[in-house]
Design a protein around this ligand. Structure first.
Ligand code: XMP
Length: 517
């Protein structure tokens, strides 16, 4: 929850693919950062009281009439502005420079000559590898600007007008392919905008707990706890703030990962870390009953979704009216739902907008609404949650049902749980930086012939998946070290009954999805 005194940088989104990355990098520098669409009025921007503004990239050409633009007063209002890629071209175009199609399109890592006397580039050396991705370029800088970076194909790779506090870079300092990119952003927020660097997770947790106490008073709060990172950290934050006034409901639909229910219960249940009310609903039989004989992916998803709501509804009715419903919505959910930035009205998120109408509550409370995922994990650590909860990878709502091809049975669930636990254990031995974004085992519906001892077997094949992705919309296959895969495969066939074959899925997304159904 952003407090009035919290200094902030505002990212103005012109539809660039890296908008969230810019905000994350700024926050890594210790400065709070939000994203807002370029369509926001100047009054709205001013009301945010930013210490600095960053324009993102975008797919348009600044010189075309219908391209996204901004109120020109932004340049004279007195708050420093940094334009990146499209943002830099827009600034130059609006202030009298010349932007046009580049004779040589630049894409990829490029060595850029920097003028290291610029406050943006202070502490760097005069040649720096930067990530370029543009068709248009700034042919001549606007009056009043001095050029502070160039490449053989790009005469204005960066420019500045120190007196007006206006800076622009053609390349992308926010992506890791740009060496020292975070240093450049840090230079902007500290050297140019004069930020003090007050964004720290320990103070965020402390202030949010205080704000929640003040807001909720003696009210009652209901929280649906899935055991995932976001809902666990949300519940922990509320538990710390209001203790027994919070009731968490956790539904075991029988499609969880191995030991997941025990892990959640040991933290939130009796004898755990928190003294809030915790209800664990054992709905395994109910779900297995409904799923019996159903093998179509969409059919399974629909049944699980509906049954989940029914179970939660029954529990909510028992609890009665509450004042607040807690949700673990996080900042990317807000941005991706089109409520924050511009780029991603692509995907509507289940956490934002769609409220359950069966819970009798007055207001929604979302303590993580301002945080990125890595910040949520950090907040969880601050709150004392165990690493196995805060470091969890994403897990789909329908759970293992979409990692079992065809009909779901309790036996198949047990097989995939065991194989998945072994596989994750082996992958988790790798250094954190080498681990994939998501990795799990899925049970194929295929059985094949094998031999064990002197006996012929006819058993299931398990598939292992490992993908690297930033947005989960596209994904690359992670090339795990061969020893990791072979150890996992050996252990799985030896330790898990009814598996005699292990396959590795080498498909990217697209054309495959990350999950199997
Ligand atoms: P796919 O399979 O669509 O998965 O490539 C992309 C990401 O979304 C997760 N996923 C889901 N999450 N409910 C969820 O909460 C679902 O029904 C669901 N389906 C997929 C998946 O784990 C991956 O991270």
């Amino acid at each position: 929850m952003q407090t009035k005194e919290q200094e902030m940088i505002l990212v103005i989104d012109f539809g660039g693919q890296y908008n969230q990355l810019i905000a994350r990098r700024v926050r890594e520098c210790g400065v709070y950062c939000e994203i807002i669409s370029y369509r926001a009025s100047l009054d709205k921007i001013k009301a945010k009281n930013p210490k600095g503004i960053i324009f993102t990239g975008g797919p348009n050409s600044a010189y075309l009439e219908d391209s996204p633009t901004i109120d020109p007063e932004i340049y004279t209002w007195g708050v420093p502005v940094l334009g990146i890629c499209y943002g830099s071209q827009l600034m130059m175009h609006m202030l009298g420079g010349n932007v046009c199609i580049a004779p040589e399109r630049e894409y990829g890592k490029t060595v850029v000559d920097l003028d290291v006397t610029s406050p943006m580039f202070s502490g760097l050396s005069d040649k720096n590898v930067c990530w370029m991705s543009h068709n248009d370029y700034i042919e001549t800088a606007a009056p009043g600007f001095e050029i502070v970076a160039h490449t053989p194909n790009c005469p204005v790779a960066a420019a500045q007008d120190k007196a007006r506090g206006l800076y622009c870079v053609q390349f992308h300092p926010e992506v890791l392919h740009t060496d020292n990119g975070t240093k450049m952003l840090s230079n902007f927020v500290y050297n140019v905008c004069g930020c003090a660097g007050t964004w720290k997770m320990d103070s965020f947790v402390e202030e949010t707990v205080k704000a929640l106490k003040a807001k909720i008073g003696s009210g009652k709060v209901l929280c649906a706890l899935s055991g995932g990172v976001d809902s666990s950290v949300c519940a922990a934050m509320l538990a710390k703030a209001i203790g027994k006034q919070l009731t968490c409901v956790f539904v075991d639909h029988g499609l969880l990962r191995k030991n997941e229910r025990e892990e959640v219960c040991s933290v939130f249940g009796e004898g755990g870390q928190f003294d809030s009310n915790f209800i664990c609903v054992d709905a395994r039989e109910r779900f297995y009953g409904k799923l019996k004989g159903v093998s179509a992916p969409e059919g399974k998803r629909k049944i699980i979704g509906e049954e989940f709501i029914r179970v939660f509804e029954e529990e909510a009715k028992k609890i009665g009216a509450v004042d607040y419903l807690a949700q673990g919505t996080i900042y990317p959910d807000v941005v991706e739902s089109g409520l924050g930035g511009e780029s991603a009205t692509i995907k509507s998120h289940h956490n934002v907008g769609g409220l359950p109408d069966f819970v009798d509550f007055k207001e929604i409370v979302e303590p993580l609404r301002d945080l990125f995922k890595d910040e949520v994990r950090q907040a969880g650590r601050e709150l004392g949650l165990p690493e196995y909860l805060v470091a969890r990878q994403p897990f789909p709502g329908p759970g293992l049902a979409i990692r079992i091809i065809g009909e779901v049975t309790p036996e198949k669930v047990a097989i995939v749980q065991d194989a998945d636990a072994i596989y994750r254990e082996e992958v988790d031995k790798l250094p954190a930086a080498e681990r994939p974004s998501q990795y799990f085992a899925a049970l194929t519906n295929m059985r094949s012939v094998g031999v064990m001892g002197d006996e012929r077997t006819y058993d299931y094949a398990i598939a292992l998946r490992a993908v690297t992705t930033t947005d989960f919309m596209t994904a690359e296959v992670t090339m795990l070290p061969p020893a990791t895969i072979t150890t996992a495969a050996n252990r799985i066939v030896n330790e898990v009954k009814h598996i005699n074959r292990v396959l590795f899925d080498y498909t990217t997304k697209p054309p495959a999805t990350i999950e199997f159904e």
